[in-house]
Design a protein around this ligand. Structure first.
Ligand code: COA
Length: 165
């Protein structure tokens, strides 16, 4: 599949929202219950991309998926740590796109001087996400047991860490 990995543009917000909304409504990857509005999604993209890399995989005008880094914790001592998010449209999963996006994200975050990237995986049953991160050199840190709630189920959270230095 031919695609390019590009920095996000604000015009990408509609397609990013479509991918994210489908996941919010049907999966436990995000513990948000309702998809944000388009205005809120534009705001999130513009705020995050001021400080961190935000990448899209694009084939022609179609966004296949996206990945970005964001603030992990706000206090000064955490400033070299980021968290990552990655979503691929269901019809383009299993093609190596998340891995390609994440490799560029890791490279850009490293160049920017960030020292650690955290994957906070919102459900211990999200094998695809756990395998993706392990294949990128993330190490298992911990499982927070019975810590979240979505679709009337109690969920575990898996934490992985990748050193960027
Ligand atoms: C998790 C997700 C981003 C993976 O995207 P993808 O483009 O299908 O993943 P890739 O094709 O790049 O696969 C990368 C690696 O993960 C592994 N992997 C991906 N999906 C897998 C699955 N369902 N089961 C087992 N391994 C899987 C691949 O085998 C590959 O490993 P390799 O490099 O050793 O061959 C995608 O399933 C998704 O968007 N899920 C919904 C949102 C989500 O859960 N995001 C993560 C939030 S923490």
């Amino acid at each position: 599949m031919n695609y390019e990995i590009l920095s996000v543009q604000i015009e990408d917000a509609d397609q990013i929202l479509a991918i994210y909304a489908k996941s919010v409504e049907t999966q436990t990857a995000s513990w948000e219950y309702c998809a944000p509005t388009i205005e809120e999604m534009r705001h999130r993209i513009s705020e995050i991309s001021k400080s961190y890399p935000y990448l899209v995989a694009k084939s022609g005008d179609i966004i296949l998926g996206y990945a970005y880094a964001s603030l992990f914790r706000g206090r000064e001592g955490w400033r070299f740590v980021c968290e990552n998010s990655v979503y691929i449209a269901p019809e383009y999963q299993g093609l190596g796109i998340a891995k390609a996006l994440m490799m560029q994200l890791i490279e850009k975050c490293t160049k920017q001087g960030l020292r650690n990237m955290m994957a906070i995986i919102g459900d211990s049953n999200n094998i695809a996400s756990i395998k993706l991160h392990e294949s990128l050199g993330f190490n298992y840190v911990a499982t927070l047991k019975n810590i979240g709630e979505k679709f009337e189920k109690t969920l575990d959270c898996v934490i992985l860490q990748r050193c960027l230095a």
